[in-house]
Design a protein around this ligand. Structure first.
Ligand code: SF4
Length: 768
């Protein structure tokens, strides 16, 4: 490693500034001398910009769920799809470097097809303009650049940057993966990343804390994945909203660090702000194995001396969930939602009851969720049991290593060969099929349902292969690996018997794996490893071709004109689930992430029209058209609009395009029964006003094409945050109804709205 700008050594760069953090925490303890703190609170409070200012006149009971905290994260990580917009926004701020360590990871734009050797060069060729843009911006502003093939953002963060008690932001919703190594790691949009990169205090409403008390130890076929699949079923996709999930109890020590990362990764599926484990011996082992013994030592010291890396005895949780790991069995979550949990023993019955497909069409393992050495070594045990008995996979079996380090290590240790010998196709170290970048060769119909089994984390309709009929059942890697040896979806590897080619019965035994590679990790292709903290090179040109269809320089949004809004129209009233995949689809649209005008053409194309049940159909005076067409039409006429929706709007990811696009098309309000946290923040950052119905039943009183004016925005702009906002709705028959609304805008967020966007505000401040 070279280029340790401003840091005394590599160790200083990769170790959180513990001294500074515990000093901050001591200042908090002086303010609240009798408070017992959860681990989540300790780490967040240690990153406060100014504890005395934050907690002035506040009692401890007024913090969680109410108070906005101003925080200074230690670092930022960005994946290639979201980094484009984050950097386009950063570039408008006029700074010549990022002010905290930041990294870019090229992972989402790589297609999984025939295997890494051909997929990487093909993807580089198809995305050259984007990778060149990201690389040149990284060079110019002193950002670490992990190129295509280096691995998936969260795996690289775990291997290199995550550290107990640290805090980071990532422009991806599965950033909480780093909680497996005790980091408060939060998924955000690019505009939040810009806050951190410009050292602007980043605001977060103090989350409530769900404590998960773990007892016992996993056994048999159960893996850490089954813990989070079970919890997702219990908590549902909304259960973690506004909360950090903090694990504690004797069961914690039984888990590997990478297993805990899997658990934290999928906390995103219940909407949690992040998830977090206290410091464990397995974290120490993982840090040492990934060449960071200095971090392990510093963490152990700060933990011993200040109890910084675990909750205080007697700390209070807002809710406690009890889980006995010894009782967990494998399970499946899905299809189409990550919280529909079916234990393995009930799966065959559920297939019958729900009329799910009888056959498996493909098995996929890996992704950022489950591609650790332990995962891969356990999978190879399963695969070898079957192949030694003469069995062959009955369906395509795809493996995605999480990083070059994992790929090279499993190759060196013979795991890859054993998987390939059994018929697996090893894809590039990248997201691939997990994010719809899957060139699927087996011809599955878009009319007939088909079932895939994956060890991924997310399973919204169309996510993996763009086929709305593909049902993705999320499960552990070992269960995927076992079930591909029977094409029967109901096959239970813990109980059922298969027949070998020579007619003998075969039954799997519960597999075992190896936590960490006995010969250590090997880095593989070291050309992927960037300088640790590269110097900015201001002479580097970051070019955006004005004719490009994939990159477009950003124009600032207009500042709010003041007063009330009086001429809005409801563009679409959405029924049911509306995730960020519905608002700004991925798959083929990923290539337009850096071109706001072009990606606007996918706005809300997955949304269901509440009046007609049609997907992606809106109406203008009786004339039907796609939702983006209507929005473009109204935008060109200067007609501002709003969207009406149901619960957990914007669930799923940190995708800020889901906020940028409506704003660019003149959307000014999103009115819902509730929001997913990251999306609500993203809307505020882009100058859109997110409102909730004060009475959910009022959802029935407003329809598409109704005219809307506001009462209460003037008060909001004058600092009256508690005053209600009311929408005066004029129906198409001329009658009016009043809809009282709630909002969660803080004083600072009102300033984003007034300025037109958070970025406008940062720019204004930079000019001053
Ligand atoms: Fe990539 Fe899938 Fe992980 Fe997202 S969830 S970072 S798409 S592997």
């Amino acid at each position: 490693y070279t280029g340790i700008r401003g840091y005394a050594s590599r160790a200083a760069f990769v170790t959180p500034p513990y001294q500074k953090l515990v000093e901050k925490l001591e200042r908090v303890r002086k303010i609240f001398p009798n408070e017992k703190l959860t681990l989540a609170e300790k780490v967040l409070y240690a990153h406060l910009t100014n504890p005395e200012e934050s907690f002035s006149g506040v009692s401890p009971s007024q913090i969680r769920g109410s108070l906005y905290l101003k925080l200074n994260p230690d670092r930022v990580a960005m994946q290639d799809a979201s980094a484009q917009m984050a950097l386009l926004q950063f570039m408008t701020c006029g700074l010549d470097r990022t002010l905290i360590p930041s990294s870019i990871h090229c992972d989402h734009l790589i297609v999984g097809h025939r295997g890494a050797n051909s997929d990487i060069p093909d993807s580089i060729a198809n995305n050259k303009e984007i990778f060149d843009f990201l690389q040149s911006a990284a060079k110019r502003y002193g950002i670490q650049f992990w190129g295509p093939g280096s691995g998936i953002i969260h795996q690289i963060v775990l291997e290199n940057y995550a550290a107990p008690g640290g805090m980071m932001l990532g422009t991806d919703s599965h950033t909480p993966n780093a909680g497996g190594l005790g980091t408060v790691a939060i998924g955000v949009g690019g505009a939040d990343a810009v806050d951190a990169m410009t050292n602007t205090p980043w605001e977060l409403k103090a989350p409530k804390v769900i404590g998960v008390h773990l007892k016992g130890a996993l056994s048999g076929w159960a893996t850490p994945k089954d813990l989070i699949l079970h919890l997702a079923g219990k908590l549902t996709v909304r259960g973690g909203t506004g909360h950090i999930i903090e694990y504690f109890g004797p069961g914690v020590e039984s888990l590997s660090c990478t297993g805990m990362a899997t658990v934290c990764n999928m906390g995103a599926e219940v909407g949690a702000t992040t998830s977090l484990f206290p410091y464990t011996e397995s974290m120490k082992r993982y840090l040492e194995a990934t060449h960071r013994a200095e971090v392990a030592n510093a963490a152990a010291n700060v933990h011993q001396q200040h109890n910084y890396l675990a909750a205080d005895a007697g700390a209070k949780y807002d809710e406690i969930v009890e889980v006995n790991l010894s009782e967990l069995t494998p399970s499946f979550n899905g299809p189409f939602t990550p919280d529909l949990n079916t234990p393995l023993e009930k799966f065959s019955k559920a297939i019958e009851t729900n009329n799910w497909p009888k056959k498996v069409s493909a098995g996929l393992i890996g992704s950022c969720t489950n591609s650790s050495y332990q995962d891969m070594s356990t999978v190879v045990d399963v695969v070898e049991q079957a192949t030694k008995a003469g069995l062959k996979p009955q369906v395509p079996f795809l493996v995605t290593p999480g990083s070059e380090q994992i790929r090279a290590t499993i190759e060196r240790d013979g795991i890859t060969k054993r998987l390939e010998d059994a018929g697996a196709v090893v894809l590039a170290n990248a997201c691939g099929p997990c994010i719809g970048m899957w060139k699927r060769d087996d011809k599955v119909s878009t009319e007939e349902p088909n079932a895939i089994l994956t060890s991924f984390n997310r399973n919204f309709r169309s996510r993996n292969d763009g086929n709305p009929s593909t049902m993705n059942f999320l499960t552990s890697p070992v269960i995927v690996a076992a079930k591909i040896f029977s094409s029967d979806l109901a096959f239970d590897p813990a109980r059922d018997v298969l027949q070998t080619p020579d007619g003998k019965p075969f039954k799997f035994t519960p597999p075992t794996g190896i936590e960490l590679p006995p010969s250590g990790f090997t880095a593989g292709d070291t050309s992927y490893i960037p300088d640790l903290n590269p110097e900015p090179q201001p002479e580097t040109e970051v070019t955006i071709d004005p004719k490009s269809t994939r990159l477009e320089a950003l124009k600032p949004f207009d500042a709010y004109k003041g007063g009330e809004m009086d001429n809005l129209k409801v563009a679409i009233k959405v029924k049911g689930k509306c995730t960020t995949d519905h608002i700004s689809a991925a798959g083929k649209w990923l290539k337009y992430k850096g071109h706001l005008s072009n990606i606007c053409n996918n706005t809300l194309i997955g949304a269901v029209n509440a009046a007609t049940g049609e997907v992606n159909v809106a109406y203008d005076k009786g004339e039907g058209m796609s939702i983006p067409e209507l929005m473009w039409r109204w935008n060109s006429k200067g007609q501002p609009w709003l969207v009406v929706a149901e619960h957990n709007y914007g669930e799923g990811s940190a995708r800020e395009h889901a906020a940028l696009q409506p704003r660019a098309l003149n959307g000014r309000i999103i009115l819902t029964k509730s929001f997913a946290r990251i999306h609500e923040t993203n809307l505020k950052k882009q100058g859109i006003l997110p409102l909730n119905f004060a009475n959910e039943a009022d959802y029935d009183k407003i329809d598409a094409e109704d005219k809307v004016s506001t009462r209460g925005i003037t008060g909001l702009l004058n600092g009256a945050l508690d005053e209600p906002i009311t929408l005066i709705v004029t129906k198409q028959d001329g009658s009016t109804v009043e809809i009282p609304c709630k909002h969660t805008m803080s004083k600072d967020q009102v300033e984003f709205f007034r300025a037109g966007s958070a970025l406008n505000l940062i720019r204004e401040k930079a000019r001053v």
